[in-house]
Write a protein that binds this ligand. Structure first.
Ligand SMILES: *[C@@H]1O[C@H](CO)[C@@H](O)[C@H](O)[C@H]1NC(C)=O
Ligand SMILES: *[C@@H]1O[C@H](CO)[C@@H](O)[C@H](O)[C@H]1NC(C)=O
Ligand SMILES: *[C@@H]1O[C@H](CO)[C@@H](O)[C@H](O)[C@H]1NC(C)=O
Ligand SMILES: *[C@@H]1O[C@H](CO)[C@@H](O)[C@H](O)[C@H]1NC(C)=O
Ligand SMILES: *[C@@H]1O[C@H](CO)[C@@H](O)[C@H](O)[C@H]1NC(C)=O
Length: 351
């Protein structure tokens, strides 16, 4: 009768133990996402999570003839036409706008050859989920307090990590007045370039609005805050030596997992921090979340990834005619190829 020699038996035993150990490590660390949700494709790609393409839109207070209806329709049509990745749309609606959204979506789908995945979220529930953030931000960054949930809509991006399902790891929140010149895939690829500490990705504001907001602070302090981006350093000893125009929130990339994990973030959205920042910079804004991102980007630059202006090529020229003609073009210039055009302040988008 054949009996295996001892060394071979020992080898097989060791191999067995090794395999068992590897399985334990795998199921402990790789099988679940950091937020605890199971990951369907982990068996195929044990070390790489599948990419997800979550697009968030806000569609509220819409009536039959409101411009938002057409903007929403055009944006959906445009994105479906030009994009190559499987998108999931997450749409924040109120009860009456929901029916109009359904109508627009089925119209777009019937005229394209693509199916779309979408899910609705009730604006009142969203507002409730972020009411503490809204209470802290509104006195500093809203022009006039409105209704309970119209205020909240200004700050959705800051609390989206509570609204999105816990399994959702990243999100792209878009205004509806956008036009994609290129594949939305390019925007999602920017997540891969985030520095490890970044929670949000934003493109610069392309007008002197923050020069205006910060004028009181700037006369007193020799600061680069609100200054347009120079090609060379204008100050060697400051945090932002080449200037800092602030951010625009028409396109917001959000690493939801990173925010959920971040201890710093919960500190930063506290009343004390917001009070400290707004009084330090004598900052009184009116543009909601993007005012806050601008302050955070100046004070805690690690938390925001600056994506290039081609990803949010704003077109609004209002400030050119309102006291800033001499410097407007320094803010407005954008040398990167446009991926997204942003028809802000109701600017018509040239196609
Ligand atoms: C769809 O996208 C292609 C480029 O991918 C473009 O040439 C065409 O004009 C677009 N059509 C519409 C209706 O936007
Ligand atoms: C909207 O609908 C939901 C559920 O259908 C309901 O709970 C909510 O009260 C409604 N809101 C308004 C403002 O009618
Ligand atoms: C934030 O702090 C200020 C100043 O201490 C206070 O007046 C205000 O009521 C606080 N706001 C919130 C939402 O706690
Ligand atoms: C501001 O600071 C820069 C260097 O950081 C210096 O070159 C410049 O002269 C200063 N301007 C004023 C008005 O103090
Ligand atoms: C987002 O943040 C998490 C946690 O910090 C990190 O593991 C991940 O690589 C980041 N980027 C993306 C695209 O998920």
């Amino acid at each position: 009768m054949y009996a295996p020699k001892k060394p071979k038996l020992r080898f097989l035993l060791k191999l067995g133990i090794l395999i068992a150990a590897l399985l334990v490590v795998y199921f402990t660390f790789f099988h679940y996402n950091s937020d605890g949700s199971a990951n369907d494709a982990t068996f195929l790609l044990p070390f790489k999570k599948p990419k997800e393409y979550n697009v968030w839109l806000i569609f509220t207070k819409v009536s039959q003839r409101s411009p938002l209806r057409y903007k929403f329709h055009n944006l959906l049509e445009n994105i479906l036409n030009i994009s190559s990745v499987p998108l999931k749309f997450h749409i924040i609606v109120d009860n009456s706008s929901k029916q109009l959204a359904v109508g627009e979506i089925s119209d777009v789908v019937s005229h394209s050859n693509k199916a779309i995945f979408y899910k609705f979220y009730d604006v009142e529930a969203c507002a409730r989920a972020i009411s503490d953030i809204v209470d802290v931000m509104t006195p500093h960054f809203s022009s006039k307090p409105g209704t309970y949930y119209s205020d909240a809509l200004f700050y959705i991006s800051l609390g989206l990590y509570r609204i999105a399902p816990p399994s959702q790891r990243t999100a792209l929140l878009l205004d509806c007045d956008l036009y994609f010149k290129k594949d939305i895939r390019l925007v999602f690829e920017e997540f891969d370039k985030f520095k490890p500490t970044a929670l949000f990705g934003l493109a610069p504001e392309l007008t002197p609005v923050y020069r205006h907001v910060l004028q009181t602070y700037k006369v007193k302090k020799n600061s680069t805050f609100g200054e347009y981006y120079h090609s060379k350093a204008i100050s060697s000893n400051m945090q932002h030596p080449r200037g800092f125009q602030g951010y625009n929130s028409g396109v917001v990339l959000i690493n939801l997992s990173a925010i959920r994990k971040s201890k710093e973030y919960s500190q930063i959205i506290r009343n004390e921090t917001v009070q400290y920042l707004t009084s330090k910079y004598k900052f009184r804004g009116h543009l909601g979340d993007q005012d806050f991102y601008t302050l955070i980007g100046f004070e805690y630059p690690d938390l925001i990834q600056t994506i290039n202006c081609g990803f949010n090529r704003q077109l609004c020229v209002w400030w050119r005619e309102h006291g800033y003609r001499d410097v407007f073009d320094f803010y407005f210039k954008c040398q990167h190829p446009a991926v997204i055009l942003h028809g802000n302040c109701n600017t018509k988008i040239p196609k």
